[in-house]
Design a protein around this ligand. Structure first.
Ligand code: SF4
Length: 449
């Protein structure tokens, strides 16, 4: 599946002068090239020089953390943790800190970080350099999935281009991580960078206490750092001109499903879902439901979508959140039971294999869905799913079982009619259709009992 289109909503206003910040959108995606990556010179022409090149003193660097706090920037990796709080904690740790840019993006339904690296790598690298300087680090590691291809190539080229930047900047090195859903978990990434297995570790110590090379480690998502690059240039007031008071600014959303132009879009928090769908050229078939937040996220019934807005506060009554900015539409042509079984089987296969409830619980959960799909489920299958979901929650070293349980339970809830039909009659015609939900490789589901 290719999603390379970049667009913005609402339509952008022209900027007033060469480096004057736009009062609307796009922000991150300003000047995004139709092909290839923005060069360093084009990047500086678009956004202006790095502020710390003008203010080299340490006060100027730490003042950035205050600005980020005033901006109210939350992490864009899924957890929305306050970025400034994280930076302060690492800066106050024992020893020389280090920055890790998490651009591994193990969520199959998300392409935003890959898009940033492929097209606008200097925005991410600016943020990494500025964050490193702000916390007193002299090194940042840009961690990219080894399958990222073009993103990897463009990142390497951008890092070497930055040798021409004036002034002394923290060193940025490129590192690859293996493909995998839980590899992007902070502790898994740190373990991998320390030469261990790319698996979540039992904490404490947490990465911010003792991470890469036993140093206090700031792990930030790539998009989060891209926002840092712009806040440092334009300030917190500018950042808050878009979005909501409790969720300010803009965010990248990977939008996929039956649409004319699926892709990565920049939206302000609080924008209506309808405006995003319009920007994507509208839907091409009737929508049964939308999944928010990716495969650790929550389904919302199609009937509720017209009134939805894109913010965690608006999604909360539906038990959903934007997570890492994923909105995935499922058409009425698909079979939600088969789709749920296939994704759950894939999620079970992503277990790092070190916590019993995760290994066995998720496998049994996937098998139960497969039984329902094949019409071989026991009469209490739905209750069994609920029981399994409750059993695995908070029973792992990481949140993978919790996310899978959330996905499974919301599927059973939103697609209750389809589950009941399958339990009674077995597979439907749509079961055999091509699946709509994206996965890295085709995942076979066993439909036999
Ligand atoms: S909960 Fe699952 S994915 Fe997370 S560390 Fe344990 S076995 Fe690995």
């Amino acid at each position: 599946m290719t999603m390379s289109r970049h667009a913005t909503i609402p339509e952008l206003e022209p900027t007033m002068s060469e480096h004057a910040p736009s009062s609307g959108l796009p922000r991150l995606l300003e000047g995004v090239p139709a092909q290839g990556a923005m060069t360093l010179q084009a990047h500086l022409d678009t956004h202006g020089e790095l502020p710390s090149a003008r203010r080299r003193d340490q006060r100027g660097a730490t003042a950035l953390i205050d600005q980020i706090e005033q901006a109210g920037l939350g992490g864009r990796g899924g957890a929305a943790f306050p970025t400034a709080k994280k930076m302060r904690t690492v800066a106050a740790g024992r020893g020389k800190p280090i920055v890790v840019v998490n651009a591994t993006e193990g969520e199959p339904a998300s392409l935003k970080d890959r898009t940033l690296l492929e097209t606008l790598p200097h925005l991410v690298l600016d943020g990494a350099a500025l964050a490193a300087r702000a916390i007193g680090a002299d090194e940042a590691i840009l961690c990219v999935c080894e399958s990222a291809g073009v993103g990897l190539e463009h990142s390497a080229r951008a890092i070497s281009e930055r040798e021409r930047l004036p002034g002394r900047w923290p060193r940025i090195v490129l590192s690859t991580a293996p493909e995998g859903y839980v590899v992007g978990h902070e502790s898994a990434l740190v373990s991998h960078l320390n030469g261990g297995a790319p698996k979540p570790t039992f904490s404490p110590p947490m990465p911010f206490e003792r991470g890469v090379r036993r140093r206090p480690t700031l792990v930030n998502n790539a998009e989060t750092l891209a926002h840092v690059a712009l806040i440092a240039r334009h300030g917190p007031r500018w950042f808050r001109e878009l979005g909501l008071s409790d969720q300010p600014g803009s965010t990248l959303v990977t939008l996929t499903g039956p649409l004319s132009y699926p892709g990565v879009y920049e939206v302000e928090y609080g924008a209506s879902l309808s405006s995003l769908l319009d920007a994507a050229g509208g839907t091409t078939s009737r929508v049964r439901a939308a999944l928010f937040g990716g495969y650790a996220g929550t389904w919302v019934d199609g009937g509720a979508l017209p009134s939805l807005a894109l913010s965690n506060a608006h999604l909360a009554p539906h038990g959903a959140s934007l997570g890492a900015g994923v909105v995935l539409l499922l058409s009425e042509d698909a079979c939600p039971v088969a789709e749920t079984a296939r994704v759950t089987r894939w999620l079970a296969g992503q277990s790092a294999g070190q916590c019993g409830p995760c290994v066995h619980g998720l496998d049994t959960l996937a098998a139960t869905f497969e039984q329902v799909c094949g019409g071989a489920a026991p009469s209490h299958a739905t209750a069994r799913v609920e029981q399994l979901a409750a059993l695995v929650r908070r029973r792992g070293a990481c949140s993978h079982p919790d996310g899978t349980a959330r996905f499974a339970m919301s599927a059973v809830d939103v697609f209750s009619e389809e589950f009941a039909d399958h339990a009674r009659h077995g597979a439907c015609d749509a079961c055999a259709r091509q699946s709509e939900l994206p996965l890295p490789a085709r995942t076979r589901i066993a439909t036999a009992a």
